[in-house]
Design a protein around this ligand. Sequence first.
Ligand SMILES: Nc1nc2c(c(=O)[nH]1)N[C@H]1C(S)=C(S)[C@@H](COP(=O)(O)OP(=O)(O)OC[C@H]3O[C@@H](n4cnc5c(=O)[nH]c(N)nc54)[C@H](O)[C@@H]3O)O[C@H]1N2
Ligand SMILES: Nc1nc2c(c(=O)[nH]1)N[C@H]1C(S)=C(S)[C@@H](COP(=O)(O)OP(=O)(O)OC[C@H]3O[C@@H](n4cnc5c(=O)[nH]c(N)nc54)[C@H](O)[C@@H]3O)O[C@H]1N2
Ligand code: SF4
Ligand SMILES: [Mo]
Length: 697
Amino acid sequence: METVLEKVMETQCPFCSVQCKMQITEKAEAGRITYLVEPKQNAASEGRLCIKGMNAYQHALSGERITEPLMKKNGTFIPVSWEEAYQAIKENFSRLQQKFGNDAVGVYGGGSLTNETAYLLGKFARVALKTKYIDYNGRFCMSAAATAGNKAFGIDRGLTNPLSDVRQSECLILAGTNIAECQPTLMPYFTDAKANGAYIIVIDPRNTPTAEIADLHLKVKPGMDAALANGLLKVVIEEGFIDKSFLKKRTTGFDEVKAHISSLDLAAIAEITGVPEEDIREAGIRFGQAASGMILTARGVEQQTDGSMAVRNFINLLLTTGKIGKPGSGYGAVTGQANGQGGREHGQKADQLPGYRSIEKAEDRAYVAKVWGIDPDELPGKGVSAYEMMEKIHAREIRSLFLMASNPIVSNPNANFVEEGLRKLDFLVVADMLFSETARLADLILPTASYLENTGTLTNLEGRVLLREAAKPVPGLVKQDWKVLSDIAGLLGKGAYFSYKDAESIFDELRLASRGGLADYYGITYDRLKKEEGIYWPCPSPGHSGEKRLFESSFAHPGGKAELVPVPNHFPKEQTDNAYPLYLTTGRVLGHYLTGVQTHKSPTLEARQFESFIEIHPKTARGLNIQDDSLVKIRSKRGEIVVRSKLTAAIREDTVFVPMHWDGVQNINKLTSEELEPACKMPGFKVCAVSVSPLFT
Ligand SMILES: Nc1nc2c(c(=O)[nH]1)N[C@H]1C(S)=C(S)[C@@H](COP(=O)(O)OP(=O)(O)OC[C@H]3O[C@@H](n4cnc5c(=O)[nH]c(N)nc54)[C@H](O)[C@@H]3O)O[C@H]1N2
Ligand SMILES: Nc1nc2c(c(=O)[nH]1)N[C@H]1C(S)=C(S)[C@@H](COP(=O)(O)OP(=O)(O)OC[C@H]3O[C@@H](n4cnc5c(=O)[nH]c(N)nc54)[C@H](O)[C@@H]3O)O[C@H]1N2
Ligand code: SF4
Ligand SMILES: [Mo]
């Protein structure tokens, strides 16, 4: 009888911010290998998995993994040893830094990295390379909400409440968040809330599967959320749903907001937002009346050239009605990537040191320099945001880039410009497990571990820190990200600062570096994480249980008060005209993840959706002579792409939607605009002006 070999892997999904736990069983039987994926009980996902999680083993175990270092020689990738790869890094970085200064080498990270790697990447840039240029893809993801949270509350944590609060909430506003496709395992929280009698308001230019559960859907014109929130505030204030004692005791700035709102006209807001006045009124009354309420925003509101202010206006609404810091009442920026939360706390951001410390504050620099064993004066200053780094690459100020866990040619706005810049680099190093469109441009590719092979912590959308242990050894010559960073630092003569024996030893240093900071991880240990179902930060001491619900008695600003601020009715700069008559908005579909590098390698997911598409209203399509299921050309001032049409009345007539998961001729970011939000430097991915025409006439 043939023996059946079984290998059981306990892990956590590598994709979105819920961080569902799962078990993958590999069975070798009769010459065939099969995989059984089962969800595992854990607090956020409550034992659910979505289709991406079910199939996440496919890319990690696929034959397309990069398993050895690859160096481009005469235009072709040739396998090389790690020694040769490292030597090339040392030579090129040293040569370019000697010639053009330390800042000639830039570092670019990502929100799928573990906390340990994200922390180490920041230290690697500042201590090993001594460059000020480091930023990461979270700039495109979380930066608007982060800026808003910091300014309004004095702290930025995705959800201010645990997810379980959703079920107790009487009114939920879901603004620019498509949870049903982007965090699918969270949907039962919302359907249960509805079953418990909650009133659900969805704000989105499209009827998404999330909008399906709404009692009221406000089909807003792209980019007009700040104005819509002003309308809601106007109703709330005029109808008297103001929590006066909360405003007085716990906030500042309401009088200015009230004066600003009284100067606005509701009918005009209805006109500019494209939402009927009676619907704005109904939404305001429902939210104002409810005894508890939560507002969740995601990229629909945030990826705008006024993203941080639009979020602040929704926070104004929460504060005005006193709906925060209580069971069933709070704010949530629905985080995106697996470690979208932790990845933004520990120093990958241009102006940031671990624990949300600031690279511009003397006491923060001194504290972190002490943990790192260096002189504070050796720490570089702040660099620039992700897209601004691409501009510096274009201008040849940055000559070499070390890229870990991102595919910027597809995910940056104005992608043609970004690609042009990256091609000019003297030396591009990409650390990845798979070939991305950007990796193909690299001079050197370093093969790194997938989630199955890399131990580390990730912080989910609630601010709950979870430990994901490696489930199998690395394939081929692959190394963990943290190991690669430590090795290179050693080669650059900084080994004494990077002598880690494992991920846990990095985490222990991160605990110290974050101690006393806003995102304080000091009390969290691997031992605790193995026993508990995840621990919320801030957790300042080993005996502390972690803060599930923030702001119960005070906000994080000195003085303890939250800040309201008047927000103008912002209009996106790029408006439609005769040449570009439609608004383009962009986003996601259930079965693919970000630039698709991983999910396109999954046959199951790929079979569900193997090409991109444009959602266009049938009436609009008719006017343009566009048939359903036909190829169309979409053009903006910056470029053009070709995708297939999908006629649907689910979208506004003046708007089209294209997902972001495809590269090359389907790369939507060839069309999007480089204009950045002034405060947080978020690009306005969610609106630009385009023309659409049939490819064949
Ligand atoms: N399946 C899947 N899940 C994912 C991801 C993925 O790629 N695929 N990515 C993960 C990541 S990193 C992130 S950041 C999150 C993103 O999660 P979401 O932000 O929920 O996803 P998006 O589809 O980008 O945008 C959400 C909605 O905003 C709407 N929208 C567009 N313009 C506007 C506007 O002007 N105003 C308003 N109110 N809404 C607008 C879109 O129609 C869309 O339905 O998802 C995470 N989960
Ligand atoms: N038009 C438009 N553009 C957008 C958005 C949008 O809504 N519209 N959304 C933006 C948002 S929210 C985001 S988050 C960005 C994301 O966009 P990107 O930063 O490009 O993210 P990914 O597509 O996930 O690319 C990640 C790469 O890292 C690799 N990788 C995954 N895990 C690891 C790891 O642990 N280590 C290493 N070394 N590599 C790893 C993957 O194989 C892949 O090649 O896109 C942004 N771009
Ligand atoms: S993609 Fe998100 S919701 Fe789906 S299984 Fe993975 S972590 Fe869970
Ligand atoms: Mo994201």
